[in-house]
Design a protein around this ligand. Sequence first.
Ligand SMILES: Cc1ncc(COP(=O)(O)O)c(C=O)c1O
Length: 404
Amino acid sequence: VEETRSKIYKNLISPDKKEPYQKMINLHTYNKCLSPSLTLASVAQTCEEVGFDSIDSYGDFKVSCDVSSLRNFEGIVAKKFGVKDSLFVVSGVMAQNIALKQYAVEKKKQRFLCHKTSHLLLHEHNAFDHLLNLEAVVIDTDEAMSFEDVSKALEGPGADEIGTVIIEVPQREIGSRVTSWDDLEKMSDLCKSKNIAFHLDGARIWEISPHFEDEGKSYADLVALFDSTYVSFYKGLGGITGAMLFGTETFIAASRIWLRRFGGNVFSLYPLVASCWEGFNKNVACNPTISFFQKRARMREIVELLSGDDQVNKVVTFDPPRPTCCITHVYIKCESNGDLEAANEFVKKTEQITVFNNLRPRKPGNSAQSYWEWNLGNENYHIRDEIILRGFRSLVSNLAKRQK
Ligand SMILES: Cc1ncc(COP(=O)(O)O)c(C=O)c1O
């Protein structure tokens, strides 16, 4: 790690700090941003390396793994998760709506239960309602969904109409908090006993895997608690875009039909699939240079460093205070997002450090703080403590001047 760090920083920073930096250091960007041509060149190399040699057509539904590179990739990922079959879907939005619709038809129940911060509620313009005529029953808590929340909701008014429980692990909107293993197990048993489908939104399953590995649980153990799971290949894994749906063979066979109905089995997907395969190999399957364990450990170190700095900790806090994985939410006391953005611009100009790329909209009911999501990946993992401290100190001191 030290060797890579010194390679990155060699000639970038003068030891006496008198020389200007030669390059902007970005604390926020976690995946490499290559040009389209370099990205595709890298994908082409992956095709050579993994033997990706067939062009898929309409999802290769009737083609076997030996002949179809797309089906081969689906099989490889399915094996990693200990499931029989899987389906590549171009987006998580489509994958999860396919799952929800299937369960609604199968169980003849239009309602699903989810947390108030579910992606389905906040970021999809209620596609489940407009397109699928489904209805959400919402668990209203600022904490990760617990067994108690679920069991209460399944006893509550309208519970008879709930056909699916969907849970996000980890829960992105609340700083990647995680439901405990015990609670997940109990939810799984309860859903089985009530003939309710249990679906996992595993958009960030790779990032949270160390949390479960600490408890001796593998990807396969986690996914086995659910009837179906969705995972993403572009967030922590850096693919161009792409998702996958897991479930029983019957569920996946039916999902292929629903994929067609959604118009999701586009004529050819191979550039996306090969890019996801590249991200999967580099970050999960083939001895990653930096593992998600290391990323989590470094994120925890950084949070400790900044929380322990008297200048920074007057206005900066982290949610949760100890990250569950390589993702955290950084909260900063300030009057408006505009002031903080202006301070960030100041730090860019004077220190050549970008502290954040973009702020998230301020939370209703929290008018005193702005925040951003900080994810530690291959690109920002090696940044030294001193640079991080310098960026944050400069940010908070400039912000203080603006708010006098
Ligand atoms: C928790 C969660 N679920 C689902 C999705 C949807 O994924 P996609 O962007 O591939 O449609 C996202 C995307 O950010 C997400 O964060």
